[in-house]
Design a protein around this ligand. Sequence first.
Ligand code: SF4
Length: 286
Amino acid sequence: MSLNLDDRQRAMLDAMGVTVWWPQQAAVLVPVAAASNAIDIEANKSIPVSQNAEIIEEKQPATPHKTVLPVQVAASARPPRVDSALATQTWPELQASVSQCQACSLCQTRKNTVFGVGQATLDPDAPPQVDWLIVGEAPGENEDLQGEPFVGQAGKLLDNMLRSLGLARHDRVYIANVLKCRPPGNRNPAPDEIAQCTPYLLRQIELLQPKIILAMGRFAINSLLAPTVPGVDNIPVGKLRGQVHRFGNTPVVVTYHPAYLLRNLPEKAKAWTDLCLAHETVTTAG
Ligand code: SF4
């Protein structure tokens, strides 16, 4: 695999609770999913799973480095059409639309809208130039106060994981949520709120043209995969992992939401595997 993590990055993974078995010799990444048959990694008994890891490398001293592309591409489909009122908006116009939006009741309780955060732009009218778009669910309390997504403990975990891949939220990455306003009490987003807010996300994707979308958590997954995965809302996240889906022509990898990972520490290793799959997909696509 093209991931050549240095000692510092490995130490960061250790600190996150992501235990990795690092071979002493040449290594080959075991594919997360076969090209034609996406599988949950838990079901792959041939993979030597370490105590708390799904970042699995297999010693192959007799063969040269060889990457097995862990990519299964789901059927492509046209992305949902962007709301006609937003379809011609530039990045700053879209930001302004969100900041003034009153399309659902969340506008009454928000302190700030949370448009997103990421790579700075030299041209104020242009969208950020990014490889990655990370999509979460909705702002929480801290995000609502600061107007930025993923700023609490979940954000720190995400930042650490990105750093382990040589990325950062202000470097080739943009982070946004399905909802731009906080649901009171951090309750789940309501269907009508998602319906009203999703057009903003669709226009963000259209403008950003990311090389990969990482969908974190149930609501991001449902919003992005509904056009291509029938009945996606009834499919466990674990069954959707380990393969590359599509949003239009953009590859989508799904994973758990960092807030969920903080409550379910053993799942961190799975999320790391998902990030590796996304990284591999970007790298392979060039
Ligand atoms: S959540 Fe979205 S649709 Fe609702 S008020 Fe905020 S920006 Fe508008």
